[in-house]
Design a binder for this molecule. Structure first.
Ligand code: NAD
Ligand code: DAU
Length: 355
């Protein structure tokens, strides 16, 4: 079996669902179920014996170690993290606790388990760490895209803690020989995306008749990747990635935030028209994010050259699928917009005069 951390979150849940749609190899899904973890994402796996869910914290090395010896996974795929940049600005401590200390706790448990293995089980074991392009910092308009050799220069508490976790993973390979792989991915979008992030926030606010809060001038650039393309890249790296290597994963799809919001509004105007006017009328520019990175862009040639992976979805097809999923899954959105979500929205947006 494979052991997944953070498999109740956005990317982790998509990964678990995709994995079990294509393979009968079981998944142990280890997740703390923070505000971002949601077992409803995995409701279609209820009563499926191939999916074993265990609630736990990656800081709990003893718990993890016990599970590794009991279930004997052939690989660990590490998604669990605090993942929202704005939350890391408001409260960085949780990011250090989970992303740095938690990754350390997980690595320690993995090392103990891996060192106990022998022969092929030891040789074939893999620790795959899921990281982000934000560790490379920010680009100006004419800089070359981030490659695997770009120097780390994280700018937010979130990206600094992800960078620290990447360094720990690298060090466990270099020092102890732990068979690690790391992927650094650009912005994902798709089903089950928590509505604190740009695309699902804009979809849910637009439909609720609320403001669409664009930070600053909205000309910041992100490289958007459909989440299922990210899942296929992870499967490919797990299968054939070279030990100790890092692989950048991106969509070859740079867009300004304003352009993303405009495209979404146009799609909504088509699929669920308002009685009067366009959803674009709801766009409001608000105070910029402190330290806001201007541009991210991924050079994904290494994973294409070495492993033959390329994204399949275009932004236009991926965004339409995403919007259709949200239109068909109002119950999911209502359920995640719990008390905890409302507290965040009040803290982040309600003091904004323009919002
Ligand atoms: P998410 O916030 O949606 O989900 C994170 C999951 O981790 C949740 O299920 C949460 O309950 C769990 N978790 C948090 N703290 C934990 C702890 N201490 N112990 C166990 N579980 C814990 O995040 P996501 O967007 O799915 O991102 C997954 C991973 O991918 C993260 O490592 C993130 O840094 C990375 N990543 C995300 C993106 C993106 O666009 N979302 C892009 C590149 C990389
Ligand atoms: O690049 C990969 C990263 O992408 C991941 O590592 C992070 O986990 C993930 O959250 C994401 O980070 P971003 O900060 O790029 O994503 P977010 O959706 O928060 O914001 C995308 C852009 O939209 C960013 O430039 C900020 C802007 N934005 C965001 C929100 C929530 C707005 O203009 N208004 C908003 O209300």
């Amino acid at each position: 079996m494979i052991f997944v951390t953070g498999g109740a979150g956005f990317i982790g849940a998509n990964f678990v669902l995709d994995w079990l749609a294509q393979s009968d190899e079981s998944v142990l899904n280890y997740d703390k179920l923070t505000y971002a973890g949601n077992l409803n994402n995995l409701a279609s796996l209820n009563n499926d014996a191939r999916h074993v869910f265990v609630k736990g914290d990656i800081n709990d090395s003893a718990h993890l170690c016990g599970l590794f010896f009991e279930y004997q996974p052939r690989a660990i795929i590490h998604f669990a993290a605090e993942s929202h940049v704005d939350r890391s600005i408001v409260g960085p401590a949780a990011f250090v606790t989970t992303n740095v200390n938690g990754t350390f706790g997980l690595l320690e448990a993995a090392r103990t388990y891996w060192q106990s293995l022998e022969g092929e089980d030891k040789d074939n074991f893999r620790f795959l760490h899921i990281s982000t392009d934000e560790v490379y910092g920010t680009l100006s308009a004419d800089d070359a895209a981030f490659s695997e050799t770009t120097a780390y220069a994280p700018n937010s508490p979130y990206s600094a803690t992800k960078a620290a976790s990447d360094h720990l993973v690298r060090a466990y390979h270099h020092t102890y020989g732990l068979p690690v792989l790391t992927t650094n991915c650009s912005n994902n979008y798709g089903p089950y995306h928590f509505p604190e992030k740009l695309i699902p926030l804009m979809i849910t606010n637009a439909r609720a008749g609320k403001d669409l809060p664009v930070y600053g001038d909205g000309l910041q650039v992100r490289d958007w990747l459909y989440v299922k393309d990210h899942c296929s890249a992870i499967r490919r790296v797990l299968e054939a990635g070279r030990l100790g290597e890092t692989y950048n994963v991106g969509g070859w799809n740079e867009q300004t935030n304003l352009s993303v919001v405009h495209t979404l509004c146009e799609l909504l105007d088509e699929l669920q028209p308002k009685a009067h006017g366009s959803y674009k009328d709801q766009i409001k520019h608000i105070t910029d994010r402190p330290g806001h990175d201007r541009r991210y862009a991924i050079d994904a040639r290494k994973i294409e050259r070495e492993l033959g992976w390329k994204p399949q979805e275009t932004f236009s097809t991926g965004l339409r699928k995403t919007l259709e999923w949200y239109l068909a899954n109002d119950d999911w959105t209502k359920q995640v917009q719990s008390g905890e979500y409302l507290k965040w929205v009040a803290l982040q947006y309600e003091d904004e005069e323009q919002a």
